[in-house]
Write a protein that binds this ligand. Structure first.
Ligand code: BEZ
Length: 255
């Protein structure tokens, strides 16, 4: 898997991709934060879930790799603490009672380092509550995209492996190998309604799949996105709405 630095468009993220944090509300319920706890929101994006956790608990830190997202989060929630950091290489003092992470860990290619780092930054008995893309996540979208790229000779782009989408067996094994005790693990199918009714998949590709279009001729980019969306209509367009074929894994583990 390649580590590619994704340039986030924080405005577009809030305008059209608020489903990322809307779905995270039930993960905050699973976290069940306590007022006395110090909690890290790892991959906080524009800070909505950090704020939801902070509504209950005194000390929350939002961390994100993207400077644009950190700026956005600081602007939206100036009373909260946000800092830039790398999920596979950060050190916090004091350590956290819990680390929460929604829709982030699939972006971290060095997932073992991230697991080690989360473990190191927890107090004894501390927990992680995480959710991200699981095995076969966005498979319909990515396989259709790869076919469209290959058919035009963009083999290098089609071969890109950008994300980490493990099964719960794979991921719990990684967590156990660094010392965690896993108490809960779930894989589930979560078709995710896309905000744009006309350009749903096209818009998703523009927001999240940019690296696949590196060095692709401008006119081909447009055509490929349109073709991918058309091919996917029978599968992903239902009742006048577009859905992305998301699969999630959700895990709770203790130090
Ligand atoms: C996800 O949340 O599953 C996801 C988002 C962007 C790219 C890939 C996966």
């Amino acid at each position: 898997m390649q580590q590619i630095v994704h340039q986030w468009n924080a405005e577009l993220y809030n305008e059209k991709h608020s489903f990322v944090y809307d779905y995270g509300a039930s993960l905050v319920d699973l976290l069940n934060p306590k007022p006395s706890e110090r909690i890290l929101d790892l991959g906080c994006g524009s800070g909505e879930l950090t704020a939801a956790i902070a509504a209950v608990c005194n000390e929350v830190v939002g961390m994100d790799f993207s400077p644009a997202m950190i700026e956005k989060a600081k602007g939206r929630f100036p009373e909260l603490i946000f800092q830039r950091g790398n999920a596979s290489d950060f050190k916090a003092i004091p350590r956290f009672d819990a680390i929460f992470s929604n829709a982030t860990l699939h972006w971290v290619s060095d997932y073992k380092a991230a697991a080690t780092c989360m473990y190191a930054n927890l107090v004894e008995g501390g927990r992680i509550v995480v959710e991200f893309g699981g095995k076969r996540n966005v498979q319909a979208i990515t396989s259709t995209l790869r076919d469209a790229l290959k058919s035009r000779g963009y083999d290098k782009q089609a071969a890109l492996d950008l994300w980490y989408f493990p099964s719960i067996g794979e991921y719990t094994t990684v967590l156990e190998s660094v010392g965690f005790n896993v108490t809960f693990a779930q894989w589930y199918d979560r078709p995710t309604e896309l905000a744009d009714e006309r350009e749903g998949v096209l818009d998703w590709l523009s927001m999240f799949a940019k690296p696949f279009f590196m060095e692709v001729a401008k006119e081909d980019v447009k055509e490929i996105k349109r073709e991918v969306q058309e091919h996917l209509a029978p599968q992903l367009f239902r009742g006048g709405k577009w859905y992305a074929d998301y699969k999630r894994i959700r895990v709770v583990a203790y130090k």
